[in-house]
Design a protein around this ligand. Structure first.
Ligand SMILES: Nc1ncnc2c1ncn2[C@@H]1O[C@H](COP(=O)(O)OP(=O)(O)O)[C@@H](O)[C@H]1O
Ligand SMILES: C[C@@](O)(CCOP(=O)(O)O)CC(=O)O
Length: 525
């Protein structure tokens, strides 16, 4: 959909945004959208025989082979390695207020997380979490995990359940399995590892079973961690979709899948991604995982946490010339969200009025976009969006979630007179987004970008409004190499891809002009 502000520094990627018709790699029944999960007597949705036998190997191009005259296979081939990918996001308007039941407007970005799932042979009864960006690698014995607690009839959840809070007993049952993660690392770093691992384990134990296949889950991301661009949500969407695919509860994605059916799959993925977010940052609104799962741009509001949120797709979300700048100042979403809750406790009426003002800002932007006479790129529209950006930032400052480094960026943009800036995401560090004025002097913009770099900021180039969660099943891509049938993405290749550019080149969604393989569930408009 949208755009990047061209400049010379710290380029992370230059996506072309092209989408190609996708190859039919999924096993027949998944491919045709017919696969509705076999929920067994334990209600865990997994049938280990079926899950192995219905998945083809990459060499068979995903077709199922059954021996004639046999109703059941004697032995089953290993499931092929597959990948899932999910985008980060920018919140245009409404961060923090959205946690308190107000509206937010957010869009997917082209920076993404990629998760490779490698199934182990039947005799290897372990799962390994390999989160490369964090340097986290940990292996668990599947049988040693607390299945009895997670599968107790009072506790058991299903792939379609709506889980809106973590269960304390389940969280406690995970503790012994998290305590020796990354021992010896500084406490702050360990905490980050433990949070990510707890999201994985909570989902694995909720969705899997003691019969789940052993596997290695290798994740790499081009989204900066903890910078306000939704890295945690995109990781959670990857985990949720991979685990739901492994227990064969998702249909498609398929190019001809009816939109309402695709929406159901997105919703299932999104619900469990939200549970992962609960593990990582405690009190999420759900806007990040919603945008990451479904992609595009949405208006989001959740007034009642016991019910699904209101999500409205915004197909006329305009191509905005945005500059994303990362202060590289670390912070955690959980801490910033807690600051606002503390302010609300201390000053309920004042805080509520700030949150309401943010809500008005978001609604004003939505009204503008949905106006039948809306002109996406007129100077007037830009000025309207820009003023709302400036006001929204001021309100976030009042909530106490800015940071001197964020303020410094606002000051530099203001004095260069090239656009309007606000923090995006949780603040306290992380990123700003600047909407560049249509009449901005290009030399002034260049000068600004140079100054920002000199002061230690990092610029991200990204497009807005792309696809949500995608699947590459099996993990084979046409990468412009001569490999017959496409290039198989194995773990070593994926791990060794150099930096963000290397990841994009190897597996990036939309990176190669003629790449085929990735498929996406398309949100109904
Ligand atoms: N690439 C990654 N691999 C594994 N976990 C990640 C990755 N990126 C982020 N996370 C998890 O998400 C947390 C950051 O989430 P959060 O503070 O909400 O920031 P963000 O704004 O980027 O979502 C990290 O502490 C980590 O637990
Ligand atoms: C502050 C908040 O509104 C957005 C947080 O975004 P991020 O985790 O900084 O990318 C929290 C939330 O919506 O869950």
């Amino acid at each position: 959909m949208s755009t990047i502000y061209e400049a010379q520094l710290n380029d992370v990627r230059t996506p072309n945004g092209h989408r190609r018709p996708v190859a039919h790699f999924l096993p027949d029944d998944i491919q045709n959208g017919l696969l509705h999960p076999p929920v067994n007597g334990n209600g865990n949705g997994v049938d280990s025989d079926l899950s192995d036998s219905s998945t083809g190997s990459p060499k068979e191009n995903g077709t199922r082979s059954r021996r004639p005259g046999m109703s059941r296979k004697a032995s089953s081939p290993m499931a092929p390695a597959f990948m899932v990918s999910a985008p980060g996001k920018v919140i245009m308007y409404g961060e923090h207020a959205v946690v308190h039941g107000k509206a937010a407007l957010a869009a997917a970005i082209s920076l993404r997380s990629y998760l490779l799932v490698t199934t182990l042979s039947k005799s290897q009864r372990t799962i390994t979490l390999n989160f490369r960006d964090l340097g986290l690698k940990h292996t668990w014995d599947i049988e040693a995990l607390p299945w009895d607690v997670f599968h107790h009839p009072d506790k058991k959840k299903f792939y379609y359940s709506l889980v809106t809070s973590l269960d304390d007993e389940l969280v406690q049952a995970l503790d012994p399995h998290l305590e020796n993660i990354s021992e010896g690392l500084p406490e702050e770093q360990r905490k980050i590892h433990i949070r990510s691992a707890s999201a994985f384990l909570y989902l694995f134990l909720s969705l899997g079973s003691p019969q789940s296949a052993g596997a290695i889950y290798t994740l790499r991301s081009t989204i900066p961690t903890g910078a306000g661009l939704g890295s945690s949500a995109s990781v959670c969407v990857c985990l949720s979709s991979a685990l739901l695919l492994q227990i064969r509860t998702l249909s498609g994605p398929h190019p001809d899948q009816p939109p309402d059916e695709a929406e159901t799959q997105i919703e299932r993925i999104n619900r469990w991604a939200f549970v992962g977010e609960l593990c990582i940052h405690g009190n999420p609104s759900g806007v990040d995982n919603t945008v990451s799962a479904g992609g595009k741009a949405v208006y989001f509001k959740r007034t009642d946490y016991e019910k699904p949120p209101q999500v409205i797709s915004l197909p006329s979300f305009p191509e905005l010339p945005l500059l994303l700048v990362d202060t590289q100042q670390t912070r955690s979403t959980a801490t910033e969200v807690a600051k606002v809750s503390a302010l609300q406790k201390a000053h309920p009426a004042v805080t509520e009025s700030i949150l309401n003002s943010i809500d008005h800002v978001t609604c004003s932007a939505r009204q503008l976009i949905e106006d039948p006479d809306f002109e996406g790129d007129s100077a007037e529209t830009m000025a309207h969006f820009g003023t709302l950006i400036r006001i929204n930032h001021g309100l976030l400052v009042s909530l106490g979630v800015s940071h001197p480094r964020l303020e410094r960026i606002c000051e530099l943009v203001e004095s260069a007179n090239v656009g309007w800036t606000k923090l995006t995401g949780a603040g306290g560090g992380g990123c700003t987004m600047t909407l560049i004025r249509p009449d901005a002097d290009p030399e002034a913009v260049k000068g600004l970008i140079k100054k920002l770099a000199i002061e230690g900021n990092n610029k991200y180039e990204t497009t807005l409004g792309g696809d949500g969660v995608g699947v590459l099943y099996p993990a084979v891509l046409r990468n412009g190499t001569d490999e017959e049938g496409g290039e198989e993405i194995d773990q070593q290749k994926f791990e060794e891809a150099e930096g963000h550019v290397g990841i994009e080149r190897l597996v990036g969604v939309g990176f190669h002009e003629r790449r085929e393989g990735w498929k996406f569930w398309k949100r109904a408009v």
